[in-house]
Design a protein around this ligand. Sequence first.
Ligand code: ADP
Ligand code: MG
Length: 349
Amino acid sequence: MLDFLFGLFSHDLAIDLGTANTLVAIKDKGIVIREPSVVARHKKTKQILAVGPEAKRMMGKTPINIEALRPLRHGVISDFDATAAMLSYYIKLVHQRPQQFIPNIPRPKVVVGIPSGVTEVERRAVQEAAFDAGARSAYLIEEPMAAAIGAGLPIQESKGSLIVDIGGGTTEIAVISLGGIVVNRSIRVAGDELDQAVISFARLKHSLLVGEQTAEDVKIAIGSAFPLPEQNQTVVRGRDLESGLPKSIKFNTNEVREALANVVNHIVAGVKEVIEETPPEFIGDIMEQGITLAGGGSQLRGIDKLIAQEVRMPVWVSDDPQTAVVRGALRLLEDQELLKRVQVTGGLR
Ligand code: ADP
Ligand code: MG
């Protein structure tokens, strides 16, 4: 009976600490949380006021004594305290609430996906934060590895798999074989930079001042990396640079693609560099299996086609690419054998 109750309330969990979005999945239940990685807090006391959507709504609208920030924005942990607060918030959200009613519930095992650029010191700190939030054991897995597992790649085989995870703050490119990362590159060019490119374009070409959210909306609505058969346009609202008054302008597919091209080319260059560094015996495997794309940014129209054309290898976007990392982390949580065989850091306290 007690075991049954414990089973109800003790949740081992997998977390994707993304630069743009945090996802949480629970053993046997799947994804339960999918929220923007944003924290709002008091500037002076650092007291946390909100996490997730509520904090995101505060972005750009905070009074002077409050700040709303993305703790991992640039792919490294740019604000450690905020990252720890966010991690702790989500662990407690899914785990600790019932503990108030039933004591002695086993503490959860946690698998956290972290950007591969995170330093050793930061890793230990993330692990400590998980322990402080009540975890019994905490394992850290690098996001490209988790994404590859989530995408269903044969990472344990001696074959080489190439995964490109295009997130908000970083693009992680890795070749994986025998459960380990063979070549790895993390570049700070991804979805956020694409949004910035839209902002610059609006300002320079149309004297229109637009915010980050509008820029992202434009990118998602009509953005592309490769010429599309269909032409589209979207109305963009902003402020006229000269008059300071509201102004609406139509952007079309081609001009937005041109605006994004520079940033997209950076991502392609990163993929090329990793291929150049890849030991030749893996190249045949990658040719055969294709390059796998994951992450929210891989949904930019035609980015698979462009990469395929540029590197002359097949490229495919994994199913539900934005959840690949958390699904990969969840598999590690559920499969003890797999956890032993892939490169992770951490363990029991
Ligand atoms: P992270 O892992 O860094 O948190 P995600 O994998 O959640 O990032 O991806 C977030 C990025 O994906 C954002 O920059 C967002 O604008 C972008 N994105 C989401 N959907 C689309 C889409 N349909 N087209 C282009 N970009 C998209
Ligand atoms: Mg990610």
